[in-house]
Structures are given as structure tokens and as C-alpha cells.
Design a protein around this ligand. Structure first.
Ligand code: ZN
Length: 281
């Protein structure tokens, strides 16, 4: 089953740009940017080369996320854990040591076989997710760049989370967007470009609309974010006006990225220094 974003997000959508076989659209309400058709060879190449040789996830990053999550729930041995886009199963193996029961989903056939060979309970067909038993914790690390329909996927995920269950989401956001990927320049479109571009406001908008209460959110200088949300939002959803996306020229974007990279490095240096001083004295 494949559904386009514009059939699910029922607001007005307009065409942002059309370039070699790709049409980019934007939702006027939530500012979701998405391509309205498959990117044929680029997509197939991406899937083959990028995912077949997928390396296991970063264990340390996983544990730092789980440590953050501890503040909201501690009885891990009673919770079921589901990894959406579980890749080679590295995080699932780690999660298995902590959680009551773990399972996952990965669309790539080779990776699925690898997970199965490690006796992990991993689904390969997206439609199977609709029939899953409800879970306590849904974990997702960087899958949304590669999904066909952001809205169908996020709705499906939230739906399989139990009432009072959690969504831990580590991914990329695109408030500082490189314009070439949207086809505004003659530059070749990157093979690893995404199907969907999420902005900070778009992410929060859809989580709240789907009844999730955002407990923790952090947007980093390297354009990644971490969100921990819980399914118990009593608040009635209010439509907030999201400010319209401003498409900047390439030089401005590059300058912003440079500044952000500098800030990110500075942050790393300061925290290392702090760590060093703490260890020394
Ligand atoms: Zn929308």
C-alpha cells in the first residue's frame, strides 16, 4: 500500500518545484515538504548501496538516548520495545538486555535476513505493523528520511503505541535547508536525498495532532533532534499557525551551515574541556 502525503494531510498543498522527474510539494498548513513521486534509479541505488551495507548503529548514542529516557520511565524490564527502521539490529540486541520484549521493522530484505539470523523478532512488511500487538516504547532513529509517506508512517507508529506509552525519536530536521536538493539549481540531485523534509514546527505539529505530549525535545546544531513523547495528551489540539517556510539562496544557506558547524564544534570543545576539568580537580 502506498499513499501520497497529500491524500492524508488534508490541507492545501502547492507545488514548490519540478525538476528532473521529481515534483516537490509543500503543505501550506504544516509546512511538510515531500516529493510526490518515486525517484526511480536514484531511489533504487540508494536502497541497494546505502542499506545493503548498513553498519550496526552507534551503541554509545543508543545508551545516551536510553539514559535520557530513564527520567520518564524506569521499569524497563516490564516494557516492550519496538525499533522502527531497526537496520542491522544492533540497537535491538542492546535493547534486549534491558527491556522485557523487543521487536522491530526493517524494509530492506538483506537487513531483515540478518536480524532473523540473530533470532530477532523483526517484520519486513509495513502492512504487518497494523496487526501488531500494542507496544510500550517505540524507538526510531533516522528512518524518516527514507519513508514514502511521512504522515502514513507516523500515524501507523503512534497507533501501535499503548496509551501512556512512549515514542523516542532521533532524526534529522531541515530548518536550514540546502536548496539544491529541491531542484532549484542545475546541480545534480544527491542520491541520498530524502523523500520528506521535516521542520521543527512540522514535527511538533503532527505529534501533538496525533495525541502525543512532548516531554523532551532538543534540536541540535548538527540538524539532528531528539524527542521523547508520551501518548496521553489530554489537551485539545489547537491549530497553530506555522510561519511560512522561507527559501533562502544557496550562499545564505551555506553561511548559516558554516556558523552552525562552528557553534557545534565550540559546544563539543567546551563540553570536553568541562569534562577534562571535572576529571582533573
Ligand atoms: Zn500538512
Amino acid at each position: 500500500m502506498k499513499k501520497e502525503n497529500d491524500q492524508i494531510c488534508s490541507y492545501k498543498h502547492r507545488v514548490l518545484s519540478i525538476s528532473s522527474k521529481i515534483t516537490w510539494k509543500i503543505c501550506e498548513q504544516c509546512q511538510l515538504i515531500y516529493s510526490s513521486q518515486k525517484k526511480d534509479e536514484a531511489y533504487a541505488k540508494n536502497e541497494r548501496e546505502h542499506f545493503d551495507n548498513f553498519t550496526p548503529g552507534n551503541k554509545y548514542e543508543f545508551y545516551s538516548i536510553i539514559n535520557r529516557f530513564k527520567k520518564y520511565s524506569s521499569k524497563f524490564d516490564e516494557l516492550t520495545f519496538f525499533d522502527f527502521g531497526c537496520g542491522a539490529g544492533g540497537e535491538l540486541l542492546e535493547a534486549k538486555k534491558k527491556f522485557h520484549k523487543v521487536s522491530g521493522f526493517v524494509p530492506n530484505k538483506k537487513l531483515h535476513e540478518r536480524c532473523i539470523s540473530m533470532s530477532l523478532d523483526v517484520k519486513n512488511n509495513f502492512d504487518d505493523l497494523h496487526g501488531l500487538e500494542k507496544i510500550d516504547v517505540c524507538f526510531a532513529r533516522n528512518p524518516f528520511r527514507y519513508v514514502d509517506s511521512f504522515l502514513l508512517t507516523i500515524k501507523t507508529l503512534i497507533n501501535i503505541i499503548k496509551q501512556d506509552g512512549f515514542f523516542i525519536w532521533r532524526d534529522k530536521y531541515f530548518d536550514w535547508h540546502p536548496k539544491p536538493n529541491l531542484g532549484f539549481t542545475k546541480r545534480e540531485i544527491s542520491q541520498s536525498q530524502t523523500e520528506t523534509y521535516l521542520f521543527k514546527d512540522t514535527i511538533i505539529f503532527h505529534l501533538e495532532k496525533l495525541g502525543m505530549k512532548v516531554l523532551y525535545k532538543k534540536f541540535y546544531y548538527d540538524d539532528s533532534f531528539l524527542i521523547i513523547a508520551q501518548k496521553n495528551n489530554q489537551k485539545k489540539f489547537e491549530y497553530k499557525k506555522i510561519s511560512n517556510l522561507i527559501i533562502l539562496d544557496e550562499n545564505t544557506i551555506e553561511f548559516i551551515h558554516l556558523i552552525r558547524k562552528f557553534m557545534n564544534n565550540l559546544k563539543v570543545i567546551i563540553s570536553n574541556l568541562f569534562y577534562f576539568l571535572k576529571a582533573k580537580f
